[in-house]
Design a protein around this ligand. Structure first.
Ligand code: PBG
Length: 324
């Protein structure tokens, strides 16, 4: 009690504040999302994500070399599929020579110690822009799962360390895990987007991959934004089905969910600071309304404080440059 206790004593110098800080960040805390496109020496800025680029495989390799030198050794891959290759079943997703599979192979060839996670979902491959097969205007769960399992196997065979299903179909972790075990891929990891909400923060990502849903929205598979208990249920099932890491997405608006999971389970949790969050911070700082560097440091630490093991973030490189 005051004046015996004065909390400000612990804040008197930077050294002391550093000494007692509970949550910190290092390069090991980041997973870097990368967007792969076809072509050679092909680099395109994502309009709604200033200074973030989609790159052809050759340039992705150069980028990974830079990331590697900064200590950023984990990447999460997304592929932009050409319009002519899209269909209702996402057939291109299981092409062993597809863009994603070639990207994985090239990265693992050149940088065996880079941890490669690959996105598994049909939306970039779907003519409807949905994460599942469409029948009579509905997203069909079980047929989709079978495709996701084949897609996962194809990524793992190309060399991916982890597959990251981001689709929110029921039971997909089990179907993927069963397939991987059956095929002898015992060390293949699954990072499940367990608590993925039907959020408006994904807009810039859908611009980047040209993957906006062609009709309706994603509310029959992604979670309702008002639900907290349901996230626990999703995570419990995913762990039972064989997930190694669970993810909460989007990020900053869902820190309560990260903490709930942390308090209820013993499993690594990843947080995803998504494209809309990136866009907001970029836009506000461009206008001089917030300090970009301080904001990206603050939000990164917030994820760790909430209980995340690591953060998928478009700011990973910027943050690491700031703290090194
Ligand atoms: C789709 C997918 C999305 C993101 C990752 N995978 C968008 C969506 O669900 O529509 C969003 C990532 C971001 O916004 O940064 N499977």
């Amino acid at each position: 009690m005051y004046p015996l206790n004065r909390n400000r004593r612990l804040r008197t110098s930077e050294t002391l504040r550093n000494l007692i800080r509970e949550s910190t960040i290092t390069p090991n805390d980041f997973l870097v999302p990368l967007f792969v496109i076809e072509g050679k020496n092909n680099k395109r800025e994502i309009q709604s994500m200033p200074n973030y680029f989609k790159m052809s495989i050759d340039l992705i390799l150069k980028e990974i070399k830079i990331l590697h030198s900064l200590g950023l050794k984990s990447v999460l891959l997304f592929a932009q599929v050409e319009e002519s290759l899209k269909d209702n079943y996402g057939t291109e997703a299981i092409n062993n020579n597809g863009l994603m599979q070639r990207a994985i192979r090239s990265i693992k060839d050149k940088f065996p110690d880079i941890l490669v996670m690959s996105d598994v979902a049909l939306d970039p491959y779907s003519s409807y822009g949905h994460d599942g097969v469409v029948e009579n205007g509905l997203i069909v769960n079980d047929i989709t799962n079978d495709i996701l399992a084949k897609m996962s196997l194809s990524h793992i065979k190309a060399g991916a360390d982890f597959v990251a299903p981001s689709d929110m179909m029921d039971g997909r972790v089990k179907v993927i895990r069963t397939m991987l075990e059956k095929e002898g891929c015992h060390n293949a990891g699954i990072m499940s987007y367990s608590a993925k909400y039907a959020s408006s923060f994904y807009g810039p990502f859908r611009d980047a991959l040209d993957s906006k849903p062609g009709f309706g929205d994603k509310k029959t598979y992604q979670m309702d934004i008002g639900n907290r208990e349901e996230a626990i249920n999703e995570v419990r099932l995913d762990i039972k089905e064989g997930a190694d890491i669970v993810m909460v997405k989007p990020g900053i608006s869902y820190l309560d969910i990260i903490r709930d999971i942390k308090n209820n389970f013993n499993i690594p949790i990843s947080a995803y600071q998504v494209s809309g969050e990136y866009a907001m911070i970029k836009a506000a700082s461009k206008n001089g309304w917030i300090d970009e560097n301080q904001t990206i440091l603050e939000t990164s630490i917030a994820f760790k404080r909430a209980g995340a093991s690591f953060i998928a973030s478009y700011f990973a490189k910027d943050v690491i440059k700031l703290i090194s």
